[in-house]
Design a binder for this molecule. Structure first.
Ligand code: UD1
Length: 418
């Protein structure tokens, strides 16, 4: 099993370019199942999750060409193939469930295994199901599969008890093909929802309000093949911002949208980091002292849960006390025990973690338990004394393309070893 060997090498400096967003490309790939015409997606990052979803879609009849050098993917789905899909593949990622909306819309029937993904909470799909049922579908769960069927999807009003990103996406895709108008209230307003709506609208959908809490979707009869460039990955951007902060470095991060990373930028400014917004790039200058700070994760535009762990790595050596409150997922502190092996002083109680900054961290053998938590351990290792080994890095590679290579280009000593 491969691991990252990390040897601290002082402040990270230089330029790095963020890839296309994992959480935008996955729903977009699923939306391609709506048409039999070719869709051409660019800025598709070479991530394990992308390769897994590609295999899932191919098993369902998609013909996919993916050039990892040019990062262009072409998807054509002449016909949906139904069958007893391999659950083990589906259980590897959460986004696999997003094929439900598009396949249901195209064929009126879908039977798929339940999704998986990082074990950061119970992660039910009840809101997705509520949406499909409100649109007129019948659902049946048996043998680990869910079957969703409908004669015709009918537009309706849906109120989501929580602004779930995945449920908003699945309902948006399905209702794009429904008869009549659907209104999703308390919808998720994450930037990835806007990217999906832009993609669907290019295909012929009529969606308004994406990026707000109320999305209005007028159903249309057909969808066409289109070209689309995926938005930049705001979580990867936040990770490199945190990498600059933990190493007291100076990193210029390219291919960003500042509006997407405002909450992270304002936290860094609060703790003493200089941020310079430069259009599609951002300079993060963390040469000075870092003070402790608090974060509370919230739906967008609040502080993203996906940046919680990488920002906790900044707190480990910050001056004073920091507090993290995780409100989105109930089990998202798995990185804490690993950070403690490096000398971090963290106490957790339910959804709160209190971090007392320490003078030094020491390198250790630690294990990535989930995607973002894994990245936070790499950042912690970059500012520890002595070498570290981070195992189970497939978690990290699910969501970061060429992570080690990008860090090396900034001066880090990090090697992928077997
Ligand atoms: C997406 C992102 C993930 C991010 C999360 C929150 C993708 C592929 N993944 O995940 O990286 O951390 O948004 O920003 O885009 N919930 C329910 N019932 C449901 C659905 C969700 O109770 O039917 C709950 C979840 O348990 C969780 C909360 O809602 O507590 C947020 O989940 P959701 O927004 O759906 O996240 P995902 O779409 O799974």
């Amino acid at each position: 099993m491969s691991f990252f060997y990390v040897k601290p090498n002082g402040p990270l400096r230089g330029d790095v370019t963020v890839s296309g967003a994992k959480n935008a490309v996955l729903p977009i790939m699923c939306a391609c199942m709506l048409t039999d015409e070719v869709c051409r997606i660019s800025s598709v990052p070479p991530l394990i999750d992308v390769f897994i979803l590609k295999e899932i879609l191919e098993n369902m009849g998609a013909v996919i060409e993916y050039n990892t050098k040019s990062e262009v993917m072409e998807i054509k789905v002449p016909k949906i193939k139904s069958g007893n899909y391999d659950s083990s593949l589906w259980e590897k990622i959460r986004a696999s469930f997003l094929v439900a909306g598009s396949v249901l819309a195209r064929t009126g029937k879908v039977k798929i295994p339940f999704p998986g993904g990082c074990k950061i909470g119970s992660r039910p799909v009840d809101l997705h199901i509520k949406g499909f049922e409100s649109l007129g579908a019948k659902t049946k769960r048996e043998h680990g599969f869910i079957e969703i069927k409908c004669k015709e999807l009918k537009g309706c009003d849906i109120y989501l008890d929580f602004p779930s990103v995945g449920a908003t996406e699945n309902i948006m895709i399905a209702s794009a093909a429904a008869e009549g108008t659907t209104i999703i209230e308390n919808a998720a307003s994450e930037p990835e929802i806007i990217d999906l709506a832009v993609f669907l609208n290019k295909m012929g959908a009529d969606i308004k309000g994406a990026g707000t809490r109320k999305i209005v979707i007028k159903g249309v009869k057909s969808f066409k093949g289109v070209s689309h460039r995926v938005m930049p990955d705001r979580i990867e951007a936040g990770t490199f911002m945190a990498a600059a902060a933990v190493t007291h470095g100076e990193i210029n991060i390219n291919n960003i949208c500042f509006d997407h990373i405002k909450s992270a930028a304002s936290k860094l400014e609060e703790c003493g980091v200089r941020i310079e917004e430069k259009g599609k790039s951002i300079l993060v200058d963390a040469k000075g002292e870092i003070k402790g700070f608090d974060i509370k994760t919230l739906p967008f535009p609040g502080f993203p849960t996906d940046m919680q762990s990488v920002f906790m790595s900044i707190m480990l050596k910050a001056r004073g006390t920091s507090i993290v409150t995780e409100t989105i997922f109930e089990n998202r502190f798995m990185h804490v025990d690993e950070m403690k092996k490096m000398g971090a002083n963290i106490k957790t109680d339910g959804r709160t973690a209190v971090v007392e900054g320490v003078k030094k961290l020491t390198g250790a053998k630690v294990k990535a338990c989930d995607l973002r938590g894994g990245a936070s351990l790499v950042l912690s290792a970059l500012c520890a004394e002595g070498d570290s080994e981070i195992s189970d890095i497939y978690h990290i590679e699910r969501g970061y393309g060429n992570f080690d290579e990008k860090l090396r280009s900034l001066g880090a000593i990090i090697e992928k070893r077997e």
